[in-house]
Design a binder for this molecule. Structure first.
Ligand SMILES: [Zn+2]
Length: 404
């Protein structure tokens, strides 16, 4: 069995049960000087002091930070085409409704994705996973949602699986059939709940179901039907909600037992309290605020009220064109009021629970997958303070040192 030992490190262990909230949201579980030993693809030992010699590769990291690899709680990752000419038009001052009316936005990506074959979609996901791994992401969400009809949605889920099979990154597939309502099929949300979700639950039993609750997307009641169909089929559910308008989507998702509510830029103080009082995980996506309109979720209020908070890149071709979760961490501190420690917990331990991977990744704990980072610095705040930065000094995924 391949062995890897990282010694003389400042360890952020981030263990403990369940998603972290309140004081736990900023507790990194620091061991000032210790070692991590990996055996095969698992973490075997995490301890203060020096390791006994045991063979295998040993890295003396001279006091640098060693922590769990990052976990991206919300990413799209699979699409055809691009939105670059649309961005040119936005920068030149074309109003957004005009861009939408001319077939831009999500619907332009839907057209390009419907036209893309399995191999090209898988290649796109593969290259994004490769970039994420280099930047220190060891597990991620990957959503469908640019098909809005069964055939393309299924092709996207297959493409995600093909790409994931050759990647050291752990990928959780999310079926986002409720991303929007295609103009040619106004009954799509109802069909989704009645036919497509039960069918996909049989064909893709590992998926989680997601939808977008917003004006011009799905209504609260349409999303409720989607979430209920997911539960009836034995699947977990999540919801994009409260991004532009507060329509009651978050409260509905809590009632229906969703695992996460994602976005929350427009969440009211009442919604913040409802989220904090529930078991749902609030997934913040500050890269969208940066790319779109300068609005950010009330991260500080959520943390102070006791919500479990996770972070995602929201990687997509339009409103978050990045796979760098570290930038989301930076923005969460700069604009959503989190501390550096809270951003680290949100992008590791809590993001793992948001993906249903709390027993697999997001902490340095014996038995978990050996996904870890060694930073260039001896203070973890550097990870959050810097932006557009170099990759970490070392990325270890599944017990293997990534060669970048
Ligand atoms: Zn999204």
């Amino acid at each position: 069995m391949d062995r890897l030992t990282i010694r003389n490190a400042r360890l952020l262990t981030l263990g403990g049960p369940g998603p972290r909230r309140r004081a736990g949201l900023s507790d990194l579980g620091v061991i000032e000087r210790g070692f991590v030993r990996c055996s095969g693809d698992r973490i075997e030992q995490v301890q203060a002091g020096d390791p006994e010699p045991c063979g295998g590769l040993e890295l003396d990291v001279q006091g640098r930070v060693c922590m769990p690899a990052l976990v991206d709680a919300h990413a799209h990752l699979c699409w055809g085409g691009d939105r670059w000419s649309e961005w040119d038009r936005i920068r030149a001052g074309t109003p957004w409704p005009e861009i939408l009316a001319s077939g831009g936005g999500i619907l332009s990506t839907v057209r390009a994705t419907r036209a893309a074959d399995l191999a090209s979609l898988a290649q796109g996901v593969r290259s994004r996973l490769h970039a994420m791994a280099r930047l220190g992401v060891g597990a991620t969400d990957a959503k469908s949602g640019y098909g809005l009809e069964p055939q393309t949605e299924a092709r996207m889920l297959q493409a995600i699986q093909e790409a994931a099979q050759g990647s050291p990154v752990i990928v959780k597939r999310t079926f986002l059939g409720g991303h929007a309502i295609p103009p040619e099929d106004p009954s799509w949300p109802e069909r989704l709940a009645r036919e497509v979700i039960p069918d996909f639950a049989r064909r893709f039993p590992d998926i989680v179901v997601d939808a977008f609750c917003e004006r011009n997307a799905l209504s609260v009641e349409q999303c409720r039907a989607v979430l209920r169909a997911a539960r009836a089929a034995g699947l977990g559910a999540r919801l994009h909600t409260d991004q532009f308008n507060s329509l009651g989507g978050a409260e509905m998702a809590i009632q229906e037992g969703a695992r996460t509510v994602d976005h929350l830029e427009a969440a009211t103080p009442d919604t913040v309290r409802a989220v904090a009082a529930s078991t749902v995980i609030a997934v913040l996506l500050p890269c969208s605020g940066y790319a779109l309109d300068g609005r950010y979720a009330p991260g500080r209020a959520l943390a102070d009220e006791g919500a479990a908070i996770a972070l995602g890149s929201n990687a997509n071709p339009g409103s978050a064109p990045t796979v760098d979760l570290r930038f989301a961490m930076h923005l969460a501190v700069r604009h959503a009021g989190l501390t550096a420690s809270e951003a680290i917990v949100a992008a590791t331990r809590n993001a793992a629970f948001a993906l249903g991977l709390g027993e697999e990744v997001g902490a340095l704990k014996p038995g978990l997958r050996a996904n870890l980072l060694v930073l260039e610095d001896r203070d973890e705040r550097s990870l959050v303070h810097a932006f557009a930065a170099e990759p970490p000094r070392h990325v270890v995924l599944g017990g293997r040192l990534l060669q970048t």
